[in-house]
Design a binder for this molecule. Structure first.
Ligand code: ADP
Length: 270
């Protein structure tokens, strides 16, 4: 009887082992597909600006005797190459994040400071369009993570909020901390996102409307970078929207563990 039970247990273990192997292979297959898609998307995204750069260089060559044309083409050449440079660096950033090698979560970060820096980076563009950026970031919340990556993520949300806002409207940004969860909310009164698109905006290269996004110089990678960064920090990002009324993006991150009040970290005699 005991021998039979042993056989049954071994058989069960065997089946489980095979199931784990099968799961592993499915996961490997999925990752392989994701990687292939990524490469296909990258080549597609890079082809257009590269083609533009080469056409513009040719046009520049032919317009050599007409200074106003030369200036126009040179200007477009410069903006196409900046776009190319931005897309390339975003692709590199994203693949680093996806390879999970980017995060060294050992720095204590003041979230309010990161948010203030992200707002500063968007201030000039917002002011030029009469957009008021109102910030409430006095949470004193701290998290462990990579400050440069986190700044890129918050900056992407703020810069989207400004880009997709109407002129002379308002963008609200707030940081709160409650029960060990830090929340960064970015709220705009812009064009909004319809529900079908809302489910897909965090995908790589996804843009709601190609023409609209290209006008803003977007690559469709910004929110994907936000998602991966936040996930690498043990958090999540969510979006809500009412088309024509505005959108809200919220990042949630685990707060850095607090030291007990009776053990001040700065007391050198301890
Ligand atoms: P992009 O570089 O095109 O802005 P993102 O990944 O940052 O790429 O965003 C994906 C798409 O989601 C954008 O193309 C845009 O259509 C939509 N989107 C992002 N943020 C907002 C927002 N605050 N309001 C309206 N649409 C937005």
């Amino acid at each position: 009887d005991a021998l039979l039970q042993l056989h049954v247990r071994i058989a069960r273990l065997g089946t489980r082992f095979i199931m784990i192997l099968a799961e592993d292979r499915t996961e490997a297959h999925r990752l392989d597909e994701v990687r292939r898609d990524f490469v296909a998307n990258i080549s597609h995204e890079l082809k257009t600006p590269i083609a533009s750069v080469s056409l513009l260089a040719e046009a520049l060559d032919q317009a050599a005797d007409e200074p106003p044309m030369v200036r126009r083409f040179a200007h477009r050449l410069s903006s196409e190459s900046s776009r190319l440079a931005r897309i390339t660096s975003e692709i590199i950033e994203l693949s680093r994040l996806q390879a999970h090698d980017a995060l060294r979560p050992d720095e204590l970060i003041d979230v309010d400071d990161i948010v203030a820096a992200a707002v500063d980076q968007n201030r000039i563009v917002a002011e030029a369009r009469g957009i008021e950026v109102a910030v409430k970031a006095k949470s004193k919340a701290q998290i462990y993570g990579d400050p440069a990556l986190l700044l890129v993520a918050v900056n992407n949300l703020v810069s989207n909020a400004v880009s997709y806002s109407n002129d002379n409207s308002r963008v609200g940004i707030g940081v709160t901390c409650d029960k060990g969860i830090v929340e960064i909310a970015v709220i705009d009164q812009g064009i909004g996102i319809v529900e079908d698109d809302l489910e897909r905006i965090f995908e790589r290269f996804y843009r709601v409307d190609q023409a609209r996004s290209r006008n803003t110089g977007g690559s469709g990678l910004g929110l994907s970078i936000v998602k991966h960064t936040v996930q690498n920090h043990g958090g999540e990002v969510r979006a809500w929207s009412r088309p024509g009324r505005g959108s809200t993006f919220v990042i949630r991150l685990p707060e850095a563990p607090q030291l007990p009040a009776d053990e001040p970290a700065t007391d050198p005699l301890r």
